[in-house]
Design a binder for this molecule. Structure first.
Ligand code: NAP
Ligand code: MG
Length: 509
């Protein structure tokens, strides 16, 4: 591991953001409610921090229950007004315009994501390009919202009667959306694009740690010409603004991405008002490396399955099953790759590995590392915080772990890999070990044997499996969890279905 920055905390790690970025950071940011940027009712604010330096970079208004009330009322008016009567083609044109505006401001989004979240430059570029593609994808989907025709009830058509039965797809209504801090712009677009394509009106609560890119997105939504109240952005804390949105009686659906723990709270609360709920939750995804795998591919590939975005990634592959014959060779390659990653501020494009999101999260991750050491797991890389400003924890690898160890079972959401070996057990026996987890979000299989690859993919109980790569996501590929990893699928056609109701109409003619 190499590192380029100095020991004292310099603003922006000593790098120079563009003037437009500095202007944005210096702005007094409000909440977007009914098309107007306002202070929160109580005047509270949240300071946002660059996690690579620990320094405050901006301040945003923090809303609570009364701001959520105003935002939900605005969304309801929009939904029951002209927005609720728009055609798919009209919504498609607005989304296309929005995609063009995001592309126009790509450089600003690129720097905001790095400064707010700490991600490396190459990843931020990917996130911004992906956001444009996602909005564009759902702009297309908005034109293809279609029902079906089906047979009418026999009792109506008996004795020569005629009848017609068809279905239509209608927007679910007012949707509350709550997102985490790990890929802020992707999360906001992944929530907003299908909801807007479907014709819903939205109240979005970004994560308190990473509000910035969503605020600029809110500005572009206004500029694109979406009517007032269709998208409301209420920053604030989860326990206040988030909880108020979930409890609100006039919200028809909650779409949530975050921890399984908060997902459980949301499900309990939603039962009171019987809101629809979709959930993208945690993971502890398996990576299975067979003895015939291409190790030159698997070494870096398995390393990145865990260490991509410093492991703060729901689909991270953090439970590694490697055949005992290739254990040492694979661990050497993973170590070589991960150990050479250049650590530092994302504004230096040569850096590949950034900080964790906050001091609190770093403390949690370090505690899990200490527990793993104490439980007897063998540390082969990393394992101690880096002596530098910002919230850095280096790539950390444990091998010879056991299935009962916390490091093996629980999601850490940090750069911590756990390894176990397998022998010549059959695929069903191996799959039982692989599936021995409460989660089922992602996973990958590494082998040159086509048959082994697909047979293992079929046996993994999760919503998303990659072969000889990990976490292969795209706008059109459905993604979501089995078991405690969630309800529903985002991206693709199924992502749109989350925001549509089906209505069946039968006419006796
Ligand atoms: P989190 O604590 O669950 O927070 C997620 C969001 O929920 C934040 O906006 C948070 O607000 C809000 N929130 C917190 N408590 C709430 C409550 N009582 N009622 C309503 N909203 C509440 O998760 P996190 O630590 O930010 O993110 C990490 C987790 O997200 C990991 O478990 C990860 O696996 C999961 N994740 C899943 C996916 C996926 O697609 N499956 C993607 C990314 C992340 P604050 O910001 O104020 O806390
Ligand atoms: Mg931040």
């Amino acid at each position: 591991m190499t590192t380029s920055d100095t020991l004292e905390a310099k603003p922006f790690g000593g790098h120079k953001p563009a003037p437009a970025t500095l202007d944005f950071l210096a702005t007094r940011h409000g909440l977007l409610i009914d098309g107007v940027w306002t202070e929160s009712a109580k005047g509270e604010r949240i300071e946002t921090v660059d996690p690579a330096t620990g320094l405050v970079i901006a301040s945003v208004a923090a809303g609570d229950a009364s701001d959520i009330d105003r935002a939900v009322a605005a969304a309801r008016r929009a939904f029951e007004g002209a927005w609720g009567r728009t055609t798919g083609a009209e919504r498609s044109r607005l989304l296309t315009k929005l995609a063009q505006l995001i592309a126009r401001d790509a450089d600003l989004f690129f720097e905001l994501e790095i400064l707010d979240n700490g991600m490396p430059a190459a990843l931020s570029r990917m996130i911004v390009d992906g956001a444009v593609d996602l909005i564009d994808y759902y702009a297309g989907a908005a034109r293809r919202i279609e029902g079906t025709t089906t047979a009418s009830p026999e009792h109506l058509v008996a004795f020569g009667g005629e009848a017609l039965t068809y279905t239509t797809r209608e927007a679910v209504g007012v949707v509350g959306q709550i997102i985490p801090w790990n890929v802020p712009l992707s999360m906001a677009c992944l929530k907003l694009a299908p909801a807007l394509a479907a014709g819903c009106a939205v109240v979005l609560k970004p994560a308190e740690e990473t509000p910035l890119s969503t605020l600029h997105l809110g500005k572009l939504i206004q500029e694109a010409g979406f009517p007032n109240g269709v998208v409301n952005v209420v920053n604030g804390r989860g326990e206040t603004a988030g909880a108020a949105l979930v409890a609100h009686p006039d919200v028809d659906k909650i779409a949530f991405t975050g921890s399984t723990e908060v997902g459980r709270l949301i499900v309990r609360e939603a039962a009171t008002t019987m809101k629809k709920v979709s959930l993208e939750l945690g993971g502890k995804s398996p990576v299975v490396v067979f003895p015939d795998a291409d190790l030159d591919l698997a070494g870096p590939g398995v390393a990145m399955a865990t260490f991509f975005l410093q492991g703060q990634n729901c689909m991270a592959g953090t439970r590694i099953f490697v055949h005992e014959k290739i254990h040492d060779a694979l661990v050497e390659r993973i170590k070589a790759f991960a150990g050479a990653m250049k650590v530092g501020h994302g504004l230096d494009p040569t850096n590949q590995f950034g900080p964790l999101i906050s001091a609190g999260h770093r403390a949690r991750v370090l505690q899990r590392i200490e527990e793993a050491k104490a439980s007897g797991a063998e540390l082969v890389l990393g394992g101690a915080p880096l002596d530098r400003p910002g919230f850095f924890v280096p790539p950390t690898i444990f091998t010879r772990t056991r299935p009962d160890m916390k490091v093996w079972r629980e999601e850490i959401f940090g750069p911590v890999m756990s390894i176990q070996t397998f022998g010549d057990e059959d695929l069903d026996a191996l799959a039982r070990r692989v599936n021995d987890s409460p989660f089922g979000l992602s996973g990958s299989v590494w082998t040159r044997d086509l048959s082994t690859a697909h047979r293992m993919a079929a046996r993994i109980r999760s919503g998303h499996v990659s072969i000889n790569c990990h976490g292969a996501v795209a706008s059109n590929i459905p993604f979501g969890g089995y078991k405690e990893s969630g309800w529903g699928r985002e991206f693709g056609r199924e992502g749109l279905d989350l925001y549509l109701e089906t209505k069946a109409v039968t006419a006796r003619l």
